[in-house]
Design a protein around this ligand. Structure first.
Ligand code: ADP
Ligand code: NA
Length: 330
C-alpha cells in the first residue's frame, strides 16, 4: 500500500529562516517524512506578492532549500522542490480561480490584514488570489494532510471547499485534504516582544534567532531576551510570556518536558537558565548552519538535486492537471 500524501511549503522571504520556522515547521516535516509521501515546496511564486529584487529572490529560494535539507529533509526520500519549477501550480491556480467566489476570497483574514496594511494601490490582485494558488499547491498532489500554522487554517478550509466544489461540478478529481494544525507549544515568540510571533519579516531582528546566524550571535540574543522581575523559571504564558517562550524553545530543541526543565532551574536565576538555553541553541543550530553553508558552497549540485525533485513533482502534478483540463473541456 502506498503512503498517504503530505504537502507543505514555506516562502523564501529572507536570507535565513528563523527558529520558529525550524521548530514549528521543519522539525515536524522531518519527523513526518517516514510515514508520508511528502512534498515540500519553496513557494517562490507566493513570494512575488511582496516586493522583491529578482537576483535576491533567486538566492533566497536556493538558501531556503538548502536550509530544508540541512534541517533534515531528505531529498532522496521526500520531494523537495521549488514551486515555480513546476508549471502546473500557476495553471491549476487559474482554473481554481474561476470557481472561487469574489466574496469568498475577500473573507480571507490574512488578505484583509495585509491589504489594510498595504493600502489599496499597493495591494495586488496576486495577493487577493494567493489562497487560490495555495489551494492549487495542495490539490495538485492529491494531498491527504497539510501541516500548517493556525494562521493558515482558513486557507486550507478554502482549499477543501474548492476541492469539493470542483468534484461535485465536474466529477471526482481531487482528494480533499485535512489540515494538521501545529500545537500551541510549538509556537515561538519574538525574544524582545514575547507576545508577537517570531517572524522572518519582523520589523526589528533583535528578538529573532536566525538559522544561518553565527551561533555566538544567537547566544547573545538569548542572553538579552526579555524576561520579568520575578526571577523564577516557571511556565506561565499570561504573566511570564518571555520566560515561557524560552522554556518552549528549550523543550522543543531538547525533546524534554517543560516541568523537568523548571525543576532543573528551580532556585537559580535567569542568567543560569539563559546560559543553559544558549548552549542548547548553539548545539542544535551550529551543525545545521554548517551543513547549509556546505550545500550553498556548491550551487550546481544543489540545483541538480532541486531539478531532479522538480521532475518528480512534475509527474504527479501533470497527471492531476491533465485530468482537470479534460474535465473542464480544455
Ligand atoms: P515567517 O513569519 O517567518 O515568514 P511563515 O508565516 O511564512 O513564517 O511560516 C512558515 C512556516 O513556519 C509555517 O509552517 C509556520 O507555521 C511556521 N512558523 C513561522 N513562524 C513561526 C513561529 N514563530 N513559531 C512556530 N512556527 C512558526
Ligand atoms: Na526528494
Amino acid at each position: 500500500m502506498s503512503k498517504p500524501r503530505l504537502y507543505s511549503g514555506m516562502q523564501p522571504s529572507a536570507d535565513s529562516l528563523q527558529i520558529g520556522n525550524y521548530i514549528g515547521a521543519l522539525m515536524q516535516w522531518r519527523d513526518l517524512q517516514e510515514a508520508y509521501d511528502a512534498f515540500f515546496s519553496v513557494v517562490d511564486l507566493h513570494a512575488l506578492t511582496q516586493p522583491n529584487d529578482p537576483a535576491e529572490l533567486r538566492e533566497k529560494t536556493r538558501r531556503t532549500a538548502a536550509q530544508y535539507i540541512a534541517a533534515g529533509i531528505e531529498p532522496a526520500r521526500s520531494t523537495l522542490y521549488v514551486q515555480s519549477h513546476v508549471r502546473a501550480h500557476a495553471e491549476l491556480a487559474w482554473i481554481l480561480s474561476t470557481i472561487t467566489g469574489f466574496g469568498e476570497a475577500g473573507r480571507m483574514t490574512q488578505f484583509k490584514d495585509k491589504s489594510q496594511r498595504y493600502g489599496s494601490d499597493a495591494t495586488s490582485v496576486g495577493l487577493f488570489t494567493y489562497p487560490v494558488l495555495m489551494a492549487a499547491d495542495i490539490l495538485l498532489y492529491q494531498t491527504d494532510i497539510v501541516p500548517v500554522g493556525d494562521d493558515q487554517k482558513q486557507h486550507v478550509e478554502l482549499t477543501r471547499d474548492l476541492a469539493e466544489r470542483f468534484n461535485s461540478r465536474y466529477g471526482q478529481t481531487f482528494r480533499v485534504p485535512m489540515p494538521v494544525i501545529q500545537q500551541e507549544t510549538a509556537r515561538i515568540y519574538d525574544l524582545q516582544v514575547p507576545t508577537a510571533k517570531m517572524s522572518k519579516s519582523a520589523e526589528s531582528d533583535a528578538g529573532v534567532l536566525w538559522l544561518l546566524d553565527d551561533p555566538a550571535k544567537s547566544a547573545k540574543k538569548v542572553m538579552r531576551a526579555v524576561t520579568d522581575s520575578e526571577g523564577s523559571v516557571r511556565y506561565d504564558r499570561e504573566n511570564k510570556p518571555g520566560v515561557s517562550n524560552l522554556l518552549v524553545i528549550y523543550a522543543a530543541l531538547t525533546g524534554r518536558q517543560i516541568p523537568s526543565i523548571e525543576d532543573e532551574y528551580a532556585g537559580r536565576g535567569y542568567g543560569d537558565f539563559k546560559k543553559g538555553l544558549a548552549e542548547v541553541v548553539v548545539n542544535e543550530f551550529g551543525p545545521v548552519r554548517e551543513r547549509a553553508l556546505e550545500l550553498l558552497a556548491d550551487p550546481a549540485e544543489l540545483d541538480r538535486v532541486l531539478a531532479a525533485n522538480a521532475a518528480r513533482a512534475d509527474e504527479v502534478a501533470d497527471a492531476t492537471l491533465a485530468s482537470v483540463y479534460d474535465k473542464v473541456g480544455l
